[in-house]
Design a protein around this ligand. Sequence first.
Ligand SMILES: CC(C)(COP(=O)(O)OP(=O)(O)OC[C@H]1O[C@@H](n2cnc3c(N)ncnc32)[C@H](O)[C@@H]1OP(=O)(O)O)[C@@H](O)C(=O)NCCC(=O)NCCS
Length: 182
Amino acid sequence: MCVTSGISADYTVRDVTRDGRNLVIRPIRPDDKPIFEDEFKHLSPESRYYRFFSAKTELSQKELAYFSEIDLINHVGLLAFIQDGDKLIAAGTGRYIVCSSVDEPPTAELAFEVCEEYQGLGIASLLLRHLTEIARSAGIVRFVAYVLPTNRKMLDVFYHSDLKVQKKAIAGGVLTITMKLR
Ligand SMILES: CC(C)(COP(=O)(O)OP(=O)(O)OC[C@H]1O[C@@H](n2cnc3c(N)ncnc32)[C@H](O)[C@@H]1OP(=O)(O)O)[C@@H](O)C(=O)NCCC(=O)NCCS
């Protein structure tokens, strides 16, 4: 089954972090490449390893294009900004990418990264909640995530969410978590 809806470019939601900071959440845009470059530079080696499963030192132009030039249907990405007066500070990203073939129930793969200094404020959990709402409206029935087994923070975000973890499997040192959306 094909996924035919997602979000429009003017989608915006407001939310609040666990410690009371105001968040503005909007879709990723092609001109966000400098934000991704900057976010990547400021991730710790451990966070980079958890996100990319390798000791990656830079993002290529091709990767930057892949992360930012998205259709908001099969690849839906949200950027969360902390509002500091009239300044918006990029704090984290969550995305899903539809990964099922046309004859399978619509399934999407999740990925997140939150800037080191803003981790633990609930930002990934909030992004997951908004991505879940969007995915449900689009008819997606399952999320899948590939997580290193020691990535407790990511696993906790999934386990504390309202999604039902259907299946956990480990292969090649990577945990595959399958979560049911409805
Ligand atoms: C994994 C990652 C995205 C989590 O982002 P985050 O915004 O820090 O996540 P949250 O704040 O929503 O949740 C993480 C913490 O909150 C806790 N938490 C989340 N929801 C909770 C809830 N409902 N109740 C209690 N605790 C909760 C978690 O246990 C965790 O605890 P900690 O404070 O000891 O760290 C972030 O650490 C990161 O960017 N890591 C590097 C990249 C990565 O690993 N990506 C995942 C690959 S898919």
